[in-house]
Design a protein around this ligand. Sequence first.
Ligand code: AMP
Length: 397
Amino acid sequence: MKILVLNTGSSSVKFQVLDTNTQACLASGLIENIGSENGRLRAKHGDEKIERDFGQIDHKFALDAADKVLNEIGVAKGGYDGIGHRIVSGGEKFTESMLVTDDVVKGIEDCIELAPLHNPSHLVGIREALRLFPTTPQVVVFDTAFHQTMPEHAYMYAVPRKLYDEAHLRRYGAHGTSHRFVSAKTAEMLGRPLSEIAIVTAHLGNGCSCAAVVDGKCMDTTMGLTPLEGLIMGTRSGDIDPSVYSFLNKRYGWDISRINNMLNKDSGLLGISGLSNDMRTLVNASESGHEGAKLAIEMFAYRLAKLIAGMVVALGRKPDAIVFTGGIGENSIPPRMLTIKHLAGLGYKIDDAKNKIHGSATGGVITADDSPIAMIVPTNEELLIALDTEKVINSKK
Ligand code: AMP
């Protein structure tokens, strides 16, 4: 099938057209700065790069621009067999990918409270896609669905039960599409059935999370009610004492939204280093002696190792592999090396040569021969969304 994958965010739309037979990406692009003055489109079609700059744009304009460019380069010719939408939160309602119906749209609306920045934009994406392609089947793929197999003792918070019963306050996780994709790929690379392996997957991009995956099912994950919990990320603090809210309120008079903003946007690698949220910049700066960058990378790796060790508890047995994926996990050598060093207590030993050689092209094992396995497995969330879209459409035929 030829599938158009859409990720409609609050200020951007990412699009990709994939052929599910060859698993090839036929074209991809990004429209940024929706809602501000300098809307722009960047797309790739083989070696061809397309750049367009607009003024003020909205989501409707962005989807039209994506459609137009895909028509111009010939990728849209003959239409699409399906459209797959990435949806950040499906709450407890959605445990698998679904065909878009009125009920499903209503379900996504009901989850807005859990993803107030994302779900409303996804709904705009669905609406605009229905306008552009009224007869093409549309499928929604949820970031949270993979984590719905977590046992109660992993997803509940230790707060009054009533808050779960009434307000659905619990841990939901995110990045489920990536964790699911790399779990299946890891099994393939290990040459073992997914239904027989226990792994810890670490998705390390701008957002970062780990998952404990046993026999293909998620048993725990490090993100919680929102993506703020867990690992240190580009601009998010990850785990922090919740008393920080009252502390900062008393000390500076900051209100909840200011503190939320600080923890989500000014913290993490950016906050510690005072320099950047980008691991590439930090690795370069640290090599030139920047103390903040050095500490940020060290804290990132230490927290990661600590939470990976916690995920091993959720596995209930020795991991068959610890898996690194995402922009940092696939490409950045020092954070992987430092993380594996912190896992010496569990017997892990890095192989520096392998850690340098392997990367996002093919992945591969990065630990020594006498160590338990840690490896790089490149993720491809868009491909999984396309494959799910195909599967859901076929199941309804
Ligand atoms: P993602 O959100 O998966 O696109 O990942 C973004 C993060 O990956 C940023 O911190 C980047 O600095 C990092 N990253 C991407 N490519 C590389 C690379 N070649 N070397 C080191 N870090 C990289």
